[in-house]
Structures are given as C-alpha cells and as structure tokens.
Design a protein around this ligand. Structure first.
Ligand SMILES: [Zn+2]
Length: 299
C-alpha cells in the first residue's frame, strides 16, 4: 500500500514538472513570435480586418476579472488626429483622423458605460500591484502629437475628466507648425494631470530598419527633449510604424522606459511584455457602432 502511494506521488510530481516546463516554453515561444512578426504599419493600415489579430499569439480577449483569470486585460486604443475631415482627403488621412463629433460620441459612450481611461504609467502601477484596478480600465493613446488632439480632443477629454497618453515626435514639439501641438499646448495638457507625455522618437523613424547608432540617437534625444521641454522624464514609448526589434526594446529598458506600444492588434494583458503591448486601432472611417464593438471585445 505504501509503495502505491509513493508511485502516485511521484506520478503527480512528474506531471506538475512537465506542466511547469511546457508553460514556460509556450510563453517564450509567444514572445519569440512577436519578434518574428512581419506586421508593419503599412500592411496593418491596409488590412480589412483591422482589429483582428494578424498573428495568433494575441487572442482578442476581453476580461473576465483579474480574480477569475489571474490575468488583467486592458484595451489600449490607438488614435492619431481628431479634426474635421475635408471631403477630398486621402484614404490614409481619413483613416488617421476621427471627426470631433464622432470622437465626442465615443467618449460619451465610455463615460455612460462606466469605463475608466487611465495612462500607461498608471497601468504599469496597477499591474505592479501599486495601485488599485479601476472599473473597466481602458487606455486612450494618440500617436504623433497632431494639433487636433489639443484643439478638438482635449476639450472633450477634459469635460469627462479622462486620462490619456500622447506620443510626441519631439523634433516638431517646440517648432511652430500648423500640424503639430506646440510646447505650450502640450504643457497645458500635461499640467492638467490628465495627460501623460510619451515619446515616438525624434524623427519618426522605423527602429526596425535603422542601424544601432540611429536607434540610440533617436531614443536618447527624444527622451532628453521631453525632459528639457517639460521637466518630465518619460516612461512610455510608441514604436513609429510599429517597427521594433530586440535592440530597440533593450535600449528602451536602458533609458528608463517601462511601457511601449506596438501596432500589433489585440487587447493588452498583464502577462504581455510591457515593452511590446498590442493595441486596438480606431479608424476615422468607421462609425460609433464599430467603436463600441472594439471596446467590448469578449474572449
Ligand atoms: Zn506615428
């Protein structure tokens, strides 16, 4: 009888060990697949199923609670500009620009349905267990620092007291152009406590396609630009054109970044590499119904 118990215990032990090792292997394989991913901004923007995962390492899965699953899912939305769209605009421009009226209805929907927009800095704290998880967390990100974010989106975000993240191409911040937000505009939003300033390189380059020396220059200078202009040390980054590789991820880590977003479609979760977070793209050509579907994706 004693021997039988011994055999049973050994069998269980072996089973547990195999399970642990195979889980480890799966998660490594999953990260490997991200680096092998061939999704680029160009292919992504022209794909018909924009929010559908192009690689199956990320399930589009929307939370049960963290308690139920042990994994916390948070949708990170990718916006660019918010502005009226001229009828003769190109398809690319139409896709990157959300009309202010539509944007207002999107934010109204989030408010009425109990979503809590948070910054990536806050999400990092939540996942580290240093801040409580709010009800229905969601992250609103705006790439490039387009002027319309200040002119059209910010008044609405302020009205609803929504937190959000902007990713600046820092060579334009501080320049006077009609297309990008000025230093004063960014400072006003940052000072309000609603806006996290993230970086998007200095020159909007695809880090996957540049030599190491350029990667170092781009990441270091955009970080220093934000420190100098806003007396703030950025910790969130967005890869221009969705281009990343191991070198750029390592450089971000070395420069104090804790969160970085890609254009890989999917709902981010607490088990993801925080420097390779997937996002859900919001396309200006789509309507409110598409938006509602995207923010409510179910596992
Ligand atoms: Zn960009």
């Amino acid at each position: 009888m004693k021997k039988e118990i011994e055999i049973a215990l050994i069998t269980i032990l072996v089973f547990v060990l195999v399970l642990v090792f195979s889980l480890q292997y799966v998660s490594e394989e999953r990260e490997e697949a991200l680096y092998e991913s061939t999704i680029t901004y160009e292919t992504y923007i022209h794909s018909k199923d924009l929010w559908k995962p192009a690689i199956n390492t990320h399930k589009i899965a929307r939370p049960k609670t963290q308690k139920e699953t042990g994994v916390s899912y948070v949708p990170i939305l990718m916006f660019h500009n918010v502005a009226p769209i001229p009828p003769n605009a190109s398809e690319l421009k139409k896709s990157l620009t959300v009309d202010p009226k539509l944007f207002e209805s999107m934010m109204e929907y989030l408010k009425k349905n109990g979503f809590t927009p948070i910054t990536l800095k806050e999400l990092n704290k939540i996942w580290a267990g240093k801040m409580p998880m709010p009800l229905k967390p969601i992250v609103l990100t705006f790439d490039d620092g387009d002027k319309g974010v200040y002119e059209y989106a910010y008044p609405i975000l302020k009205k609803y007291n929504f937190h959000f993240v902007i990713f600046l191409i820092t060579k334009y911040t501080g320049m006077h152009t009609h297309f990008y937000m000025s230093k004063t505009e960014v400072k006003e939003m940052h000072d309000s406590g609603l806006c996290e300033i993230g970086t998007h390189t200095r020159d909007h380059v695809n880090l996957k396609k540049t030599p190491l020396i350029t990667k170092i220059y781009e990441i270091k200078t955009c970080t220093n630009d934000v420190k100098r202009l806003f007396n703030y040390t950025p910790t969130s980054f967005c890869y221009p054109f969705g281009g990343f590789d191991r070198e750029s991820v390592e450089l971000l880590k070395a420069n104090g970044y804790t969160m970085a977003t890609t254009v890989i479609p999917g709902v981010a979760n607490s088990k993801d590499n925080p420097l390779l977070l997937p996002r859900i793209r919001i396309d200006g050509r789509e309507n409110l119904k598409a938006f509602i579907m995207k923010v409510n994706l179910k596992p």
